[in-house]
Design a protein around this ligand. Structure first.
Ligand SMILES: NC(=O)C1=CN([C@@H]2O[C@H](COP(=O)(O)OP(=O)(O)OC[C@H]3O[C@@H](n4cnc5c(N)ncnc54)[C@H](OP(=O)(O)O)[C@@H]3O)[C@@H](O)[C@H]2O)C=CC1
Ligand SMILES: Nc1nc2c(c(=O)[nH]1)N=C([C@H](O)[C@@H](O)CO)CN2
Length: 237
């Protein structure tokens, strides 16, 4: 039996597509979820192990790490997908918002990678850590300042962990921009967004699935970012 892949926030959209794809390849999966929903049961029914975790607090991050350690002897990979695309208008103080964004996108991956690196080292061949980041780590975002800053921190962790964990563990990022629209994005938003890309935006979750499989299949790539952004940085530059 191969060691499992641990994926955070795996019960909707990109994370769910990645988890389903791994299970279809007979790769065991351990996943976290925050909100109970039918996809939790679906993944468990397919053999995955569920860990309930809200990464907003350090205590919850530490609890999740203990649960993952109890659920396996080793890991093939960790995929940090859990994320909250919080705008600057959320009903909380600025201090609370930046602390929460940093907890979910930087503290959780940092603590999980440090705590589980020895589990990854047990895998036969090279193990992987994949950080789901975002184009805005490089551009910033006037509507999602705290979110963008925390994704930039995660990008930086890709660089540091790739140095610290080689050669046993590869560490890479996948940095999307608009792979999927959200429910509630109206036609005007979709048209405005589409004008910002060289390629038609919102291609779907399979783009992330393909990128994950490429990273897992490579023995010679670490500290890198796969940019899935439809050429957005080159539009009108
Ligand atoms: N979709 C896109 O176009 C883009 C995606 N990305 C990145 O790709 C990844 C996947 O994107 P997407 O599928 O759209 O993400 P979603 O926002 O749809 O889902 C992210 C998941 O993260 C979980 N999550 C949110 N907050 C927390 C928290 N505090 N603690 C634990 N889990 C939490 C949610 O869990 P639950 O549902 O259980 O509450 C949710 O299932 C993310 O890292 C995202 O930033 C980057 C750029 C563009
Ligand atoms: N956790 C999430 N992060 C992001 C999402 C999302 O829905 N959940 N969406 C985006 C946008 O598609 C953005 O890329 C469009 O400009 C970014 N991050």
């Amino acid at each position: 039996m191969p060691y499992p892949i641990f994926i955070t926030g795996a019960t909707q959209r990109l994370g769910l597509a990645i988890a389903r794809d791994l299970l279809s390849q007979d790769t065991p999966v351990i996943f976290t979820y925050r909100t109970p929903k039918p996809s939790v049961d679906e993944l468990v029914h397919k053999g995955a192990i569920a860990v309930k975790a809200d990464f907003s607090t350090q205590a919850a991050i530490d609890r999740a790490i203990l649960e993952v350690k109890a659920a396996c002897d080793g890991l093939r990979a960790i995929i940090h997908n859990a994320s909250d695309w919080a705008p600057e208008t959320t009903d909380e103080s600025d201090g609370a918002r930046i602390a929460r964004m940093m907890a979910v996108h930087a503290s959780a991956p940092y603590c999980i990678n440090k705590a589980l690196a020895s589990y990854l080292s047990k895998t036969e061949g090279i193990a992987d850590i994949i950080h789901m980041t975002d184009l805005v780590q490089e551009t910033g975002s006037e509507k999602h300042l705290a979110y963008a800053a925390s994704k930039a921190a995660l990008h930086n962790l890709t660089l540091s962990f790739s140095r610290a964990l080689a050669p046993e563990i590869k560490v890479n990022s996948i940095a999307p921009s608009l792979l999927m629209f959200n429910e509630g994005d109206d036609e005007a938003y979709r048209e405005r967004a589409s004008a910002k890309f060289l390629l038609p935006p919102a291609p779907g979750a399979h783009e992330a699935v393909n990128a994950v499989n490429f990273v897992l299949g490579s023995d010679y790539m670490t500290g890198q970012t796969i940019h899935l952004n439809g050429g957005r940085p080159l539009k009108n530059c």
